[in-house]
Design a protein around this ligand. Structure first.
Ligand code: PLP
Length: 386
């Protein structure tokens, strides 16, 4: 039977995927169709697969799994998160204007500022927490609104429902980067967005070992246009990496749950530390958009950032951590600590970074699945040197 037709919760769905097993042999692990091309059975005939850039059974299983998880009509797997963002921007035309959440991954900013600008797309950054700020920044040529919520790295939360309604009255599409929460905690298409994108490298792959990206669309005509872009520009996910993603997604529910539990323990600890001037975590009791977050997501995830009172402590902390690794990325089983101004947000203009609070005292933490007590003990020895 096709498992895609099973009526079950997402916790079960992540384990069983779309078809879930190989329909030919019954192999429980969906096979890796490591082939570039497919034999035609006769003149003008096709098995349904012709060439892997266009379609591949392993990638198809993954894409259909992601479409189910995100409540979308169609999913697309790309080689990286950046390839998925770039493919979505390819939906736009010369002269179009794009609005972006001002607090967003530095790479997303870089693609807007460099390649898109050269190809005739203009853009503005706006505080998408404020509906009136978005309205004020809107132009007649605005054709897309790109939202990160919660944002990277400051955990700002934007109202996806209200922003989608606003964009739709003005004829623009809404693209939400759902990397931080995954479809298990937030499903932007159900809130009205048109496209949800992911760096699949993060929670979905889950093991800090594979690069991937996704786009899932809410309607079939957008799906056809994005398929055309994907098969033409070719930034597709390879069969083996598609299989790694299918395998990673099987444990997504247990990982996300454990990571969030750990994150709450660490956030509670950080909030009481004298070294910490401010904690940026959507799950903090005093986070300004906590209620909004609860209204559109079923959890707060495991990404947070904190501002140190003394920026001179940054170097010692990054050198002293032993369980937590000083590295760029997030969402995997290993906890990582990142210094945004030198790493993820090096491309963001300094003036904007200063306004957002992405400054010399800010560290970002991606909480993994280790024992919470070990992570807290590691932070304690890194903070104090004892
Ligand atoms: C929120 C977010 N979106 C997109 C990306 C880009 O993804 P990738 O590194 O897989 O290209 C990243 C990378 O860190 C990210 O954090």
């Amino acid at each position: 039977m096709d498992k895609g037709k099973l009526d079950c919760s997402l916790e079960t769905r992540v384990v069983h995927g779309s078809q879930g097993f190989d329909p030919v042999t019954g192999a429980v692990s969906f096979p890796i169709y490591q082939t570039a091309t497919f034999r035609h059975p006769g003149l003008g005939k096709s098995t349904g697969f012709d060439y892997t850039r266009q379609d591949n059974p392993t990638r198809k299983e993954l894409e259909e799994t992601m479409a189910i998880l995100e409540s979308g009509k169609r999913g697309f797997a790309f080689s990286t998160g950046m390839a998925s963002i770039t493919a979505c921007l390819d939906l736009l035309s010369f002269g179009d204007h794009v609005l972006y959440s001002e607090d967003l991954y530095g790479g997303t900013y870089r693609v807007a500022e460099t390649t898109c600008a050269r190809h005739g797309l203009s853009f503005n950054l706006v505080d998408t927490r404020s509906l009136s700020a978005v309205e004020a920044a809107w132009k007649p040529s605005t054709k897309a609104l790109v939202i990160e919520s919660p944002s990277n790295p400051m955990s700002r939360v934007s109202d996806i429902r209200a922003l989608s309604a606003l964009a739709h009255t003005r004829g623009a599409i809404v693209i939400v980067d759902n990397t931080f929460l995954t479809p298990l905690l937030q499903r932007p298409l159900e809130l009205g967005a048109d496209i949800v994108i992911h760096s699949g490298t993060k929670f979905l792959a889950g093991h800090n070992d594979t690069l991937a990206g996704f786009a899932v669309v809410a309607d079939t005509s957008l799906g056809e246009r994005l398929f055309e872009i994907q098969r033409t520009t070719g930034g597709v996910l390879a069969p083996f990496d598609s299989w790694l993603l299918l395998r990673g997604i099987k444990t997504l529910a247990v990982r996300v749950e454990k990571q969030e539990r750990n994150a709450h323990a660490i956030a509670t600890w950080l909030a009481k530390r004298p070294e910490v001037a401010a904690l940026h975590y959507a799950g903090s009791p005093d986070h300004p958009q906590r209620a909004l977050s609860e209204s559109q997501s079923s959890g707060f995830g495991s990404m947070m950032a904190f501002t140190l009172r003394d920026k001179e402590l940054v170097g010692p902390i990054l050198e002293r951590v032993r369980v937590i690794t000083y590295a760029e990325s997030l969402g995997g089983v290993e906890s990582l600590i990142t210094y945004p101004i030198l790493q993820t947000h090096a491309s963001t203009p300094k003036e904007l970074r200063d306004r957002l609070g992405v400054d010399e005292g800010l560290l970002r933490l991606s909480v993994g699945i280790e024992a919470a007590a070990d992570l807290i003990a590691d932070l304690e020895q890194a903070f104090t040197g004892r």
